[in-house]
Design a protein around this ligand. Structure first.
Ligand code: 5RP
Length: 262
């Protein structure tokens, strides 16, 4: 089956597989959303099933909750867990300080709450997600449906005084209707091209009425596990200041590579 995977999927898979090594017996683990996080959930499911790993997972979306249950991971709520040992999640972009853009999958609100409630956040990503400056990926902002067009106008007006290159935004759609998040909100994607001061922008956006949360994760991620299409994995730890490289054996596994729903 592995021969059917594209290099980018291989990169996502090896980053997820390497990150699964952070998970230990008894941990309460935040489970991210997206195609890379789906690999992680599958890897953890295999460890639960084959090695008897005992964990409780707190999913960051209904999609991930479903997948986690399907692969045999015990799912609990954040209120049941109260605090987490570790969250492992994907990202749309990460920079040299391990600041992130997230929310491409529309789950940024729960992802940020859960990552913030964790002792450690490990991001799993293919090497294409690394950027010098955040902002090429449109910044997702979750807004409540009430008056979303007014909120959008307010955001665009506010962007005039921000250090960004683009100032347009679009309502995320799901076919003909607006995309609705797990919490019943909409997403505005901000086309900024380059974000000069991500910390300031994150604070300003979250002060606006109608904005629930934005997809900038500042000082939340501790470690990034970067996967390459040839099986190479690079682990960067911002707290330790370490960078380590290794190569993972790409073992074919029908259980992991079939029926991927993300
Ligand atoms: C979902 C996210 C995802 O982590 C992000 O979009 C990356 O997704 P993928 O692993 O599919 O590239 O933030 O809200």
């Amino acid at each position: 089956m592995s021969g059917e995977l594209s290099p980018i999927d291989k990169a996502k898979f090896v980053s997820a597989k390497r990150a699964a090594q952070y998970v230990e017996d008894g941990m309460r683990v935040g489970l991210g959303t997206g195609s890379t996080a789906a690999w992680l959930v599958r890897c953890l499911g295999e460890l639960v099933r084959d090695d008897g790993l005992k964990i409780k997972g707190v999913p960051t979306s209904s999609r991930t909750a479903q997948l986690a249950r399907d692969v045999g991971i015990e799912v609990i709520t954040l209120d049941e867990a109260k605090w987490l040992d570790l969250t492992i999640d994907g990202a749309d972009e990460f920079d040299g300080d391990l600041n992130l853009i997230k929310g491409g999958g529309g789950a940024l609100l729960l992802e940020k709450i859960i990552a913030t409630a964790s002792d450690q956040m490990v991001v799993i990503a293919d090497v294409g997600k690394e950027v010098e400056t955040l902002g090429a990926f449109p910044l997702p902002v979750e807004v409540i449906p009430f008056g979303w067009q007014t909120t959008q106008a307010l955001i665009e007006e506010t962007l005039i005084s921000m250090d960004v290159l683009g100032r347009t935004s679009t309502l995320r759609m799901n076919g003909q209707t607006p995309f609705v998040t797990d919490e019943g909100n909409h997403i505005l994607d901000l086309h900024l091209n380059r974000i000069g001061n991500a910390r300031q922008l994150a604070l300003v956006l979250n002060q606006m009425p109608g904005v629930v949360e934005n997809g900038l994760f500042i000082d939340i991620c501790d470690t990034v596990v970067i996967g390459y299409g040839d099986g190479k994995v690079e682990v960067r730890d911002i707290n330790e200041g370490t960078v380590a490289t290794e190569r993972l054996d790409f073992v074919e596994s029908d259980n992991l590579f079939s029926d991927l729903t993300e």
